[in-house]
Design a protein around this ligand. Structure first.
Ligand SMILES: *[C@@H]1O[C@H](CO)[C@@H](O)[C@H](O)[C@H]1NC(C)=O
Ligand SMILES: *[C@@H]1O[C@H](CO)[C@@H](O)[C@H](O)[C@H]1NC(C)=O
Ligand SMILES: *[C@@H]1O[C@H](CO)[C@@H](O)[C@H](O)[C@H]1NC(C)=O
Ligand SMILES: *[C@@H]1O[C@H](CO)[C@@H](O)[C@H](O)[C@H]1NC(C)=O
Ligand SMILES: *[C@@H]1O[C@H](CO)[C@@H](O)[C@H](O)[C@H]1NC(C)=O
Ligand SMILES: *[C@@H]1O[C@H](CO)[C@@H](O)[C@H](O)[C@H]1NC(C)=O
Ligand SMILES: *[C@@H]1O[C@H](CO)[C@@H](O)[C@H](O)[C@H]1NC(C)=O
Ligand SMILES: *[C@@H]1O[C@H](CO)[C@@H](O)[C@H](O)[C@H]1NC(C)=O
Ligand SMILES: [Cu+2]
Length: 615
């Protein structure tokens, strides 16, 4: 079987407009994204030691038992999830909203604070569960707050609420999103910022810059197509590409009468002459690989995911879904600061299925130009998307500041990834011949806590028990398909691989099989998401310092829906001693079990991956 890999339809209109064809209420509901810009150095609320809530403590992520500041503060948030209609790019879309807005509210905390978020599921009218994941945190001894349904919790039942309580155990930029099927694609995403010691100074924190490929159909329709067989199979092409939830759309493409306005507007940023601006760039999309550039400006990358790195200069960032880069952009001076510039995010045309890959936002120096919506006339740099490889920056350019050598591994597992059609012709991802799945009523953390290895060995759960291993190495092989086999797709994708509960060391990635060479063995790159390139390999390694049963999966929503998922059972003997696990699970499972007894959950996808036929 072959799939046309991409169809690119460029915006046909002239220069994008800034119009306000629609009100902010119609495009983004209750969102006030201007409140994201000009963030503080930290939040008030705890005593300052040497001027900071964290005192002299240094941020050394992923050192075992890294001490966290005891700030004595809990930051509280309430999220209400509702169905709603908004038109972020001008096209009216059936969405899922947090507190009536898209993107969701900014979560902020100081390093070491506790965070308590009560999520209320008000999806009674559409009968859906939900669950929220806080991307990239360690969740040491709080795996039940990690937000993965069928693993660390049951879904939050319609009409009930659940309070997540966890520690701000990292410093930097990230996002949260629903981990329930592909709900994130319908709007359940938002930014997170954790203030703490920074490795490089800057003047102005311009806050999150969220890059989102944008799909107009509701996520269930998309998932049904992705896991469909025969003529029901339908790959998902993104319709647009948003920066902080905004971009224009060419409404002449709309054929079905959906309300659409072509000048919804793009995001705007205010730069200051000669100042250093921090941008927290996050790929909050569903599937596509993004190339991020700023016309006529260089960027200095200071961290990837939550890991500070030795600063390096670049013209472009490559970010797979879930990945982040904090960059500093030096403001222009002289006549160059009299102009406006485009910020661009281009979806990869080789590693994304997209009908409109170009995302734009405007940068102003002059406040009057900002107010007047002056259209930038800047030109993009020399990079050409078609030639950009579907992989992260070379590992020898990204060097963590806190040095941790790669220890020898005492468990090495090679995992072959195949995209395959199963016996009934449905696409499935196979990891060493096994597709992953979860059951919302049977969170695996419960079986892990009970040391129920019989249940955990059910092949569908795809559990890798690493026992007492201290250092685990996973060698991912994104296989070239066998063109003579009619059951395999003749196409491999780039997969942003996310491991929960850890920053892992990236020992190698590249084309073909791994030749055993470790890049920067004395101090390899660490992060929580890295790209497994097409027809290539990715070698990740982590220290088992976080007892739990942690998902590792591709962060392309459609791929995890098709089973690209496994669980790492880490130090089960120690996990069995953790307290409060069953109590925490019952907080969601009692209501979910009751609800699912009275409602049909027809799970045709993996669960993270899940599909429900509306009764
Ligand atoms: C959560 O649900 C409980 C039980 O129904 C209720 O008492 C509480 O007020 C709810 N919390 C919020 C924030 O809605
Ligand atoms: C699609 O799958 C269903 C079962 O899930 C099966 O009955 C049907 O024959 C399949 N159709 C095709 C065209 O393979
Ligand atoms: C991004 O797209 C623009 C067209 O909007 C193009 O001119 C530019 O070269 C692209 N940049 C990259 C990195 O591909
Ligand atoms: C990284 O390695 C490549 C070859 O693999 C080499 O061309 C490049 O110069 C190296 N860069 C640095 C910063 O060492
Ligand atoms: C094939 O995959 C589909 C979708 O995940 C699933 O519903 C079906 O049961 C699978 N068929 C077989 C024979 O495993
Ligand atoms: C997968 O199964 C096939 C036969 O069905 C076997 O030849 C192959 O070795 C298996 N691959 C792995 C990685 O287990
Ligand atoms: C393991 O879990 C299964 C499914 O819930 C249950 O039937 C079985 O009794 C459990 N076994 C043990 C040893 O707890
Ligand atoms: C598979 O793709 C290769 C190029 O990567 C092409 O040469 C070959 O003809 C394709 N095979 C099929 C069956 O489509
Ligand atoms: Cu993938």
């Amino acid at each position: 079987m072959t799939v046309t890999p991409f169809i690119v339809k460029l915006l046909t209109g002239a220069l994008p407009l800034f119009g306000s064809g629609l009100s902010n209420k119609q495009t983004h509901g209750n969102l006030d994204s201007s409140s994201w810009q000009n963030l503080p150095k930290f939040l008030p609320g705890s005593p300052l030691i040497h001027g900071y809530p964290w005192g002299l403590l240094q941020y050394k992520p992923d050192i075992v038992n890294e001490p966290l500041p005891n700030t004595g503060v809990t930051r509280r948030y309430n999220f209400e999830i509702t169905p709603g209609k908004l038109s972020p790019d001008g096209y009216e879309k059936e969405m899922l909203l947090i507190n009536g807005q898209y993107p969701g509210p900014l979560i902020e905390a100081n390093w070491g604070d506790w965070i308590e978020i009560t999520v209320t599921n008000s999806l009674e009218s559409i009968n859906e569960g939900t669950a929220m994941h806080w991307h990239g945190l360690r969740q040491y001894q709080t795996q039940f707050a990690d937000g993965v349904p069928g693993v660390g919790q049951c879904p939050i039942a319609p009409g009930s609420n659940h309070t997540y309580r966890f520690r701000a155990d990292h410093v930097g930029s990230s996002w949260y999103h629903s981990h329930y099927s592909a709900q994130l694609s319908s709007g359940l995403v938002g930014p997170m910022v954790f203030y703490g010691p920074r490795s490089v100074p800057y003047d102005i924190d311009l806050g999150p810059v969220l890059l989102s490929d944008w799909f107009h159909p509701y996520y269930e329709t998309l998932v049904a197509g992705i896991v469909g067989n025969g003529t029901n199979f339908k790959p998902a092409f993104s319709n647009n590409n948003l920066i902080n939830g905004k971009m224009n759309y060419d409404c002449s493409l709309v054929r079905d009468g959906t309300p659409c306005v072509s000048n919804a507007g793009v995001s705007k940023f205010q730069f200051k002459r000669g100042k250093d601006h921090l941008l927290r760039v996050v790929n909050t999309g569903s599937a596509g690989l993004q190339f991020f550039t700023i016309d006529e400006h260089e960027m200095t990358v200071i961290s990837n995911d939550y890991i500070p790195i030795k600063p390096y200069k670049t013209n472009s960032l490559t970010l797979g879904v879930g990945q982040r880069s904090d960059v500093i952009v030096h403001g222009k001076t002289g006549v160059d600061a009299n102009r406006a510039y485009w910020m661009r995010s281009n979806l990869s045309v080789n590693c994304a299925l997209t009908m409109q890959p170009h995302g734009l936002a405007a940068i102003y120096y002059d406040e009057e130009d900002f107010a007047a919506n002056k259209i930038p006339k800047s030109k993009p740099g020399p990079l050409i998307n078609a030639k950009m490889p579907c992989q992260n920056a070379p590992l020898n350019t990204t060097i963590p500041i806190t040095r941790i050598p790669a220890p020898p591994a005492d468990k090495v597992v090679t995992i072959q990834v195949l995209d395959h059609l199963n016996a009934t012709g449905h696409p499935e991802y196979l990891l060493n011949n096994q597709t992953g799945r979860v059951n919302y009523n049977k969170p695996l953390l419960r079986f892990a806590k009970q040391a129920n290895f019989t249940e955990l060995s059910n092949p569908e759960w795809n559990v890798l028990n690493t026992g007492d291993s201290k250092v685990v190495r996973l060698v991912w092989e994104n296989r070239k398909v066998d063109p003579s086999d009619p059951n395999f797709f003749n196409l491999t994708f780039a997969h942003p691989m996310h491991l929960h509960g850890h920053d892992y060391q990236v020992l190698s990635f590249g084309p073909g099989e791994w030749d055993g060479t470790i890049i920067n063995g004395a101090n390899p790159m660490r992060r929580d998401t890295a790209i497994l390139p097409p027809n290539g390999h990715l070698v990740m390694q982590f220290t088992t310092d976080n007892p739990g049963i942690w998902p590792v999966h591709c962060h392309v929503a459609w791929h995890v829906s098709a089973g690209f998922l496994m669980e790492i059972l880490e130090r089960p003997q120690e996990l069995a001693k953790q307290r409060n696990v069953e109590k925490a699970l019952s907080e969601t499972c009692v209501a979910w079990d009751r609800w699912s007894n009275q409602n049909v959950v027809d799970q045709i996808d993996s669960g993270l991956r899940r599909f429900m036929e509306r009764p």
